[in-house]
Design a protein around this ligand. Structure first.
Ligand code: MG
Length: 249
């Protein structure tokens, strides 16, 4: 159970927007999550070759666009010319790789919140974390709850903290490591984001005892979500948030 003083995670977060029903990390995906009744989305931010924060998961263009090559070698203008929707379905042809600024605008216009994963291209961890935090410090209204950052890369979280210490940060892990608590404390993180298939009930209880809420990713089966909620998992990140919402209580 969540006690006093825990950072308050939402119960359900749409993974990369609503990745089962719209192309991941696109404005169409964020809108889709909103249509499905999900107030929170997760998406990934990295830098284009010329340093513009964009919403994209992979370090290469092939899987989610009609382009080729490394994101870190491609200028923003060239990335913008690519199609980021047709691979998912013809009805999404013409979707673009959003800038982080466009995603922020959509969140604001739709009254949504987000877990922004800092997903740096290799070697750009600090630069990317600082850029994401700077954008939010400059653009996110002070009268709205701040967005939640997360990353596997501790250097990204450290750089974000240096730029905007008040932004909440979650540490992303796969299997929960032995030294998770020391790492969370050192980073000043508010939450632990865990790969669901490695989680067990005792680990969830241990994280709670230490004072942190647990996000579990990526859970697409309602039966598994019900089990995780039964263990006390605070938040589930899902490609199918509409399937998980009815269980969230
Ligand atoms: Mg992510």
């Amino acid at each position: 159970m969540v006690g006093q003083g825990f950072y308050r995670l939402p119960r359900v977060v749409g993974h990369r927007g609503a990745a089962a029903s719209a192309p991941e990390n696109t404005l169409a995906g964020l809108r889709r999550a909103h249509q499905l009744g999900v107030g929170w989305v997760e998406f990934d931010v990295k830098l284009s070759g010329d340093g513009v924060p964009i919403v994209m998961h992979d370090a290469v263009l092939e899987r989610t666009t009609d382009g080729k090559g490394a994101v870190a070698d491609t200028a923003y203008a060239a990335i913008r010319a690519l199609d980021a929707g047709a691979w998912f379905g013809p009805e999404f042809a013409g979707e673009r790789v959003p800038s982080f600024d466009e995603a922020i605008d959509l969140l604001l216009s739709h009254g949504m919140s987000a877990n922004v994963e800092i997903k740096a291209c290799p070697g750009r961890e600090r630069e990317t974390g600082a850029a994401v935090a700077r954008r939010l410090a400059d653009r996110w209204p002070a009268d709205r709850p701040p967005l939640l950052l997360s990353s596997y890369a501790e250097a990204s979280l450290e750089a974000a903290r240096e730029v905007a210490p008040a932004l909440p940060r979650g540490l992303l892990v796969r299997a929960v490591p032995e030294d998770w608590q020391a790492r969370v404390e050192r980073l000043g993180a508010v939450s632990l984001h865990c790969r669901q298939r490695d989680l067990d009930e005792a680990t969830v209880a241990a994280v709670h005892r230490a004072g942190y809420p647990v996000l579990a990713y990526t859970v697409n089966e309602p039966e598994r979500a019900a089990e995780l909620f039964g263990w006390g998992v605070d938040c589930i990140c899902s490609d199918r948030p509409e399937a998980i919402l009815p269980l969230a209580g």
